[in-house]
Write a protein that binds this ligand. Structure first.
Ligand SMILES: CC(=O)N[C@H]1[C@@H](OP(=O)(O)OP(=O)(O)OC[C@H]2O[C@@H](n3ccc(=O)[nH]c3=O)[C@H](O)[C@@H]2O)O[C@H](CO)[C@@H](O)[C@@H]1O
Ligand SMILES: C=C(OP(=O)(O)O)C(=O)O
Length: 417
C-alpha cells in the first residue's frame, strides 16, 4: 500500500465493522510466549504490525499458524530463544513488550531497542525502572536491551507517568515474580485491561487493571488459552471522525461504547449527532461543523492516537480550534501536510491553532506516521478533487482492510503500489 489515491467529496454512508485492537493484540501476542501449551487468539487484526510481531516470535522458535483470517494458533516451546531479531523488532514499538514476557518465561531477554511511529523520543526508562525494581539486571549492549533475572520478587513500583508499555512490561514480568507487585500510577488504557484479562485467563493473578493501582501476585505456571482480543477503539474513532467530517451517516459496529466516550464527547461538541448502543455507534455529520479544543491525555482522556484524525476534521470546522498534544512531543507533523491541502494550521511547540477553512483541496501529501496517514485519508475524503497519499504503507500497520471498508461506505479510494 505505497500510495492511496482518493477522489474526495463523497459522504460516507452505511455500516463498518471494527477489527480487533492493534495495541491489545500486540501485547497479547508478546504475552503468549509466557505460556506453556497452545494459545488460540481470536479477533486478531490482519495488519502489518501483527504480522511483524508474529514473525518475531516465530523466528525465535514459536509455532504460528493462522486458522482463519483473524484467528491465530500459537505454540511456544520451552526452547524458545530469549533473543529477538533486530530486523523485525525495529519495525514496531510493541516488540519492546517481549522484554517483560521473556524475562517471565526464560529469566532473560535480549531485545533490540524498538521502532514504531516517529512521534517523539519514546524512552524506556520507566520500563527499566520497574523491571530493575523487580530484581532484573538491565544493560544496554550494542543497541540491545539485555535483561537478566531468574528470581524476580514482587515490590511496589511507582510510575512517574502512566506509560502503557511500561505498565504492560512490568505486569508481565511480575506474573512470575515471587510475592506481590503493586504498580502505582499505572496506565488505565483498555488495552492494558485486555492484557491483564488474557494473563488471568492463562492463570495469572492480576487485580485492578483499568485503575491506577494494579496488584499482581506471582504464580509458577501459566497455560495457553483461547482468547478474543477487544475491538480497536482507535480504528473505531477514526471511522467516527471520518463520518462526521464527510457529513456522512455511519454505523460503527463491533465496538465497546465505554471506550469511545472521549471521542463521542468531542464529536458532539463539533455538532455531529451521535447515537450510542452498547456495541455500535451511529455518527451523523452536519453540513457545518464547529470548532472545539482538544487536549490529549492518558485514558480516559482524549487519545493521542486520534489527535491527527481530529485535526483533519477541525481544519474545516467553523471558528478557531486549539489542539494541545500532551503525550508525544513530535506528533503534530500532519499539520504541514494538511496545509498543502489548504488548511490553516499554526504549530508552536505542543500546540496547534487551527482556523477552519471552507474547503480542503486535493494535493499530493506524505504520511509521516500511522495516524497522520489516517488523518490524510480523512482530509482526502473531505477535499475537492484528488488527493494522493504517499508512504501510505504505514497506514497498513494499524488499519485492517482500510480501502475495502471505506469503499463499502461509498468512498472512492485506490491503492497504487
Ligand atoms: C504499541 C502500543 O501500545 N502503542 C501505544 C502506546 O505506546 P507506548 O507504550 O510507547 O506509550 P507510553 O504510554 O509508554 O508513552 C507515553 C509517554 O510516556 C513517555 N515514556 C514512556 C515510557 C518510558 O519509559 N518513559 C517515558 O518517558 C513517552 O515518551 C510518552 O511521552 O501508548 C501510547 C499512548 O497511549 C499510544 O499512542 C500508542 O499507540
Ligand atoms: C503510536 C502508535 O503506534 P506505536 O506505538 O506502535 O508506534 C499508534 O498506534 O498510533
Amino acid at each position: 500500500m505505497a500510495r492511496l489515491i482518493i477522489d474526495g467529496g463523497k459522504r460516507l454512508q452505511g455500516k463498518v465493522r471494527i477489527s480487533g485492537a492493534k495495541n491489545a493484540a500486540l501485547a497479547i501476542i508478546a504475552a503468549s510466549v509466557m505460556a506453556e501449551g497452545e494459545t488460540i487468539l481470536e479477533n486478531v487484526p490482519c495488519i502489518a504490525d501483527v504480522e511483524y510481531q508474529l514473525d518475531i516470535i516465530s523466528g525465535m522458535g514459536a509455532e504460528v499458524k493462522w486458522l482463519d483470517p483473524n484467528t491465530v494458533r500459537l505454540v511456544v516451546p520451552d526452547t524458545i530463544s530469549s533473543s529477538a531479531p533486530y530486523r523485525l523488532v525495529k519495525k514496531l514499538r510493541a516488540s519492546n513488550l517481549l522484554l517483560g514476557a521473556l524475562l517471565a518465561r526464560k529469566g532473560m531477554a535480549e531485545v533490540p531497542l524498538p521502532g514504531g511511529c516517529d512521534i517523539g523520543a519514546r524512552p524506556m526508562d520507566l520500563h527499566f525502572k520497574g523491571l530493575t525494581a523487580l530484581g532484573a539486571e538491565i544493560r544496554l549492549k550494542h543497541g540491545f536491551v539485555v535483561a537478566r533475572g531468574n528470581c524476580l520478587s514482587g515490590t511496589r513500583i511507582y510510575l512517574d507517568f502512566p506509560s502503557v508499555g511500561a505498565t504492560e512490561n512490568i505486569m508481565m514480568a511480575a506474573c512470575r515474580a515471587s510475592g506481590v507487585t503493586v504498580i502505582e500510577n499505572a496506565a488505565k488504557e483498555p488495552e492494558v485491561v485486555d492484557l491483564a484479562n488474557f494473563l488471568n485467563a492463562m492463570g495469572a493473578k492480576v487485580r485492578g487493571a483499568g485503575t491506577d493501582l494494579i496488584k499482581i501476585e506471582g504464580v509458577s505456571d501459566l497455560r495457553g488459552v483461547r482468547y478474543a482480543v477487544i475491538p480497536d477503539r482507535i480504528e473505531a474513532g477514526t471511522y467516527m471522525i471520518a463520518a462526521a467530517a464527510t457529513g456522512g451517516d455511519v454505523w460503527v459496529d463491533n465496538i465497546i461504547a465505554t471506550h469511545l466516550q472521549p471521542i463521542i464527547a468531542k464529536l458532539q461538541e463539533v455538532g455531529a449527532v451521535v447515537e450510542e448502543k452498547e456495541t455500535a455507534i451511529r455518527v451523523i455529520g452536519r453540513e457545518k461543523l464547529f470548532s472545539t479544543d482538544v487536549k490529549t491525555l492518558p485514558y480516559p482522556g482524549f487519545p493521542t492516537d486520534l489527535q491527527s484524525p481530529m485535526m483533519s476534521l477541525l481544519a474545516v470546522a467553523k471558528g478557531t480550534s486549539i489542539i494541545r498534544e500532551n503525550i508525544f512531543e513530535n506528533r503534530l507533523q500532519v499539520a504541514e501536510e494538511l496545509k498543502r491541502m489548504g488548511a490553516s494550521v499554526k504549530v508552536e511547540g505542543q500546540v496547534a491553532v487551527i482556523v477552519g477553512v471552507e474547503q480542503l483541496y486535493g494535493a499530493r501529501v506524505n504520511a509521516p506516521d500511522l495516524r497522520a496517514g489516517a488523518a490524510l485519508v480523512i482530509a482526502g475524503l473531505m477535499a475537492e478533487g484528488t488527493t494522493e497519499v504517499l508512504n501510505a504503507s504505514v497506514i497498513h500497520r494499524g488499519y485492517e482492510h482500510l480501502k475495502e471498508k471505506l469503499t463499502a461506505l461509498g468512498a472512492s479510494i485506490q491503492v497504487h503500489t
